[in-house]
Design a protein around this ligand. Structure first.
Ligand SMILES: [Zn+2]
Ligand SMILES: [Zn+2]
Length: 314
């Protein structure tokens, strides 16, 4: 009897099967983002802000390298054992950000980031004073801010401090997430949120590397996990009807906004085949002009950029 799937065919299938989840590469995650922000800052009307965030990203990479090494030494991933089983059983994010028992060391990362920015030349005095204010803030106040940011609240948020607080939280989560195996992260019941930490995606990206070529992934704004979502689908309400693509005339062909006629939201979608350097957080941040265009058309962002916050009370 002929075997339907011989080993060679199984192997061929495995090679072509598309990863549903892509975990962040801790060696380059923030370094690449910093580089990209610096490139995008050239001649940009928000160049100063993009350069500031590039410096933050450089600091994040240094902090990530150190925390990753600590987690390996502590056998962080191995000790999750039972939690991994529970997350799989309940189809829940393994490192759910809301309510997560954060260790104090994420605040040490925040202090480090702020200290290095406060001491760096070339930024306006206002930047230094925000950083110094964060360093001097009591831990409890910082933790409250972190809870608000994780819950994606706008009311009560210290909008000037938020990008720094978020940057430290990103390091903390990316370090944990990049210590996991792909099989640790399971499919969850809510496809619109990050399967690792439960956060909304910042944008989506159509990858062009060999394993994921042509497939679209949503990119988590906190832990940088990417998870697959079929193209021409609303990343907010998951409908496939009424999806429209928008771009800025004369702007980059690698960045578009994908809007939904049902829930009237949009998220950016980046195309690596058009520009291999696109980066989900950096390119989203640098394409604010596209956000303005979408707002004019009466469409709302599905979720904010982790490095840009506004307080609705001011
Ligand atoms: Zn996440
Ligand atoms: Zn929708």
């Amino acid at each position: 009897m002929q075997r339907i799937l011989d080993p060679a065919r199984i192997e061929a299938f495995a090679a072509t099967s598309v990863p549903r989840i892509r975990l962040p590469d801790p060696a380059s995650l923030f370094a690449r983002r910093g580089q990209r922000l610096r490139t995008l800052a050239e001649g940009h009307s928000l160049g100063d802000y993009l350069r500031l965030m590039a410096a933050v990203a450089d600091g994040q990479q240094v902090a990530l390298d150190a925390l990753r090494a600590a987690l390996v030494a502590e056998q962080f991933a191995q000790q999750l054992g039972r939690q991994i089983e529970l997350a799989h059983e309940h189809r829940m994010p393994l490192l759910q950000a809301a309510g997560f028992p954060r260790q104090e060391r994420w605040r040490a990362i925040l202090t480090e980031l702020c200290t290095s920015i406060a001491g760096a030349p070339g930024f306006p005095a206002g930047v230094r004073s925000v950083c110094e204010r964060i360093i001097a803030s009591p831990g409890a106040g910082i933790e409250t801010q972190a809870d608000l940011l994780i819950a994606a609240r706008t009311s009560g948020v210290d909008a000037q401090a938020a990008p720094f607080v978020m940057a430290a939280l990103q390091v903390y989560w990316a370090a944990m997430t990049s210590s996991l195996q792909m099989s640790d992260v399971t499919q969850i019941d809510v496809p619109g949120v990050c399967p690792t930490c439960g956060t909304l995606p910042v944008s989506s990206i159509v990858r062009s590397d060999k394993r994921s070529q042509g497939y679209r992934y949503l990119h988590c704004g906190l832990c940088a996990t990417e998870w697959h979502l079929v193209r021409i689908t609303c990343s907010q309400c998951l409908t496939t009807e009424g999806i429209v693509y928008h771009s800025i005339e004369g702007g980059s062909a690698a960045v578009r906004a994908e809007s939904c006629g049902q829930c009237h939201t949009y998220r950016k979608i980046l195309y690596q085949e058009k520009d291999p350097e696109v980066e989900p957080v950096a390119d989203d941040l640098a394409s604010l002009a596209l956000d303005l265009l979408m707002t004019e058309e009466g469409l709302h962002r599905g979720s904010g950029n982790p490095l840009l916050w506004q307080n609705t009370e001011t």
